[in-house]
Design a protein around this ligand. Structure first.
Ligand code: NAD
Length: 311
C-alpha cells in the first residue's frame, strides 16, 4: 500500500509513518515543516519507498498529484498548539479548513480512502447552566482566537463526512484527546512536554490556572496503531471516533508526578490563564474521552499509563 501522510513530519504523523513502514507500506509525507521537523523522520528516511515532499496542504495541485498516486491518505497536517492558534487565528482557520478541503476533494476525485484528524476541542465547553450569548465557545467573541482551531476542525469533520457519504469513498474521522509521547514539543503550549522540559532543567514548573482542571493523556503508541485499523474497518466509515487514554489526572497532579519521576528540584508555581494566554482565555475543567466506540470497532484498549507516558 502507498500511503500519503500529510503532517507526517509532526509528532503523531511521524509515529504513524514509522508504524506504516514497519508494516511494509510505502509512505509519502507532505509537510511544510512549520511545526514539524525532519529530525522526526530520521527513522523513516532511507526506508524503501519512503518519500518526503516539502509543501503546503493549501497547494491544491501538489496535494492532488500526491493523492492521485496513493492507496490511502492520512490527513494530519494542521496549524496546532494554543500559542500558535491564538497568535495566528486566521492562518489557523485557512490551513485547517482549506487544507482539509483540498485533501478530501482530491481523495474523493481519485477514490482514495481517507482519514481526517480532528480533536476533542469540537466538544467545546458545554457545562454552562443557562446558555447565554457569550457562551458560544466555538464562535463567541470573547474566545474567538482560541476557538478558530475548534471551529475549523468542526467544519473539517463536516467536509469529510458529507463527501464520504455522497461519494461512498471510505472516510474515517479521528478525534484525538491529548495525545502525548516522544517528539512532541512543549513550544506551542502542550503541557506534558513543557512540564518535563522544565523539570529536566530544574526550572519552575508553571501550572496555568488553579491546577484543579482534569485531563486524560493518551500515549501516541496506543493511538497510532488504531489509525490503519480504523481504515480497514468498514463499520468505522463516516464516523467520528474518539481516541485517547483513560487515566485522569489534575494538572497539579501531573506536575507532582513529573517532579517525582524525573527526580527534579523544580518548584511548582501557578500562572493565571490571562498571563499565560492573554485576556478572555478560559479552559474546561474536565476532559475525559469515552472510547467505547473505538473499542467496539477495532478492540481499542490503551495500555500505557501516565507514568509510561511521562517516562
Ligand atoms: P504537529 O504540529 O506535530 O503536527 C502537525 C504537522 O502538520 C506538522 O509537522 C506541521 O509542520 C504540519 N503542517 C502544518 N501546517 C501545514 C501546512 N499548511 N501544510 C503542510 N503541513 C503542515 O501536531 P500533532 O500533535 O502531531 O497533530 C497532528 C494532528 O492531530 C493535527 O491535525 C492536530 O490537529 C490533531 N490533534 C492532535 C492532538 C494531540 O494531542 N497531539 C489532539 C487533537 C488533535
Amino acid at each position: 500500500m502507498r500511503a500519503v501522510v500529510t503532517g507526517g513530519a509532526g509528532f503523531i504523523g511521524s509515529h504513524l509513518c514509522d508504524h506504516l513502514i514497519a508494516r511494509g507500506h510505502r509512505v509519502t509525507v507532505l509537510d511544510d515543516l512549520s511545526t514539524g521537523s525532519l529530525g522526526n523522520l530520521v527513522q523513516a528516511q532511507g526506508s524503501p519507498g519512503f518519500r518526503f515532499v516539502e509543501g503546503d496542504v493549501l497547494d491544491r495541485d501538489l496535494v492532488d498529484s500526491l493523492v492521485s498516486e496513493a492507496d490511502t491518505v492520512f490527513h494530519l497536517a494542521a496549524a496546532v498548539g494554543v500559542y500558535n492558534i491564538v497568535d495566528n487565528p486566521l492562518r489557523s482557520l485557512r490551513v485547517n479548513l482549506h487544507g482539509t478541503e483540498n485533501v478530501v476533494e482530491s481523495a474523493v476525485a481519485h477514490r482514495v480512502p481517507y482519514m481526517v484528524a480532528s480533536t476533542s476541542e469540537v466538544y467545546g465547553k458545554n457545562d454552562a447552566d443557562g446558555l447565554k450569548e457569550g457562551d458560544d465557545r466555538v464562535y463567541g467573541p470573547a474566545t474567538k482566537s482560541r476557538w478558530s482551531y475548534a471551529a475549523a476542525k468542526s467544519l473539517d469533520e463536516l467536509v469529510a463526512y458529507v463527501h464520504g457519504v455522497e461519494s461512498g469513498v471510505p472516510c474515517v474521522i479521528t478525534r484525538f484527546f491529548n495525545v502525548v509521547g516522544p517528539r512532541q514539543t512543549g513550544r506551542y503550549g502542550m503541557v506534558v512536554p513543557r512540564f518535563v522540559d522544565q523539570a529536566m532543567s530544574d526550572e519552575p514548573i508553571t501550572v496555568y490556572g488553579t491546577g484543579t482542571q482534569r485531563r486524560c493523556f493518551g500515549s501516541v503508541f496506543d493511538v497510532v496503531p488504531a489509525l490503519p485499523l480504523l481504515m480497514d474497518a468498514p463499520e468505522a466509515y463516516n464516523q467520528a471516533v474518539n481516541l485517547g487514554g483513560h487515566e485522569e489526572v489534575s494538572i497539579k497532579g501531573l506536575a507532582d508526578r513529573v517532579v517525582e519521576l524525573t527526580g527534579s528540584r523544580s518548584p511548582i508555581t501557578f500562572v493565571g490563564y490571562e498571563e499565560a494566554y492573554g485576556e478572555g482565555y478560559e479552559d474546561m475543567q474536565r476532559r475525559y474521552p469515552d472510547t467505547s466506540l473505538a473499542a467496539r470497532l477495532i478492540g481499542y484498549r490503551p495500555e500505557r499509563d501516565l507514568n509510561d507516558i511521562i517516562r
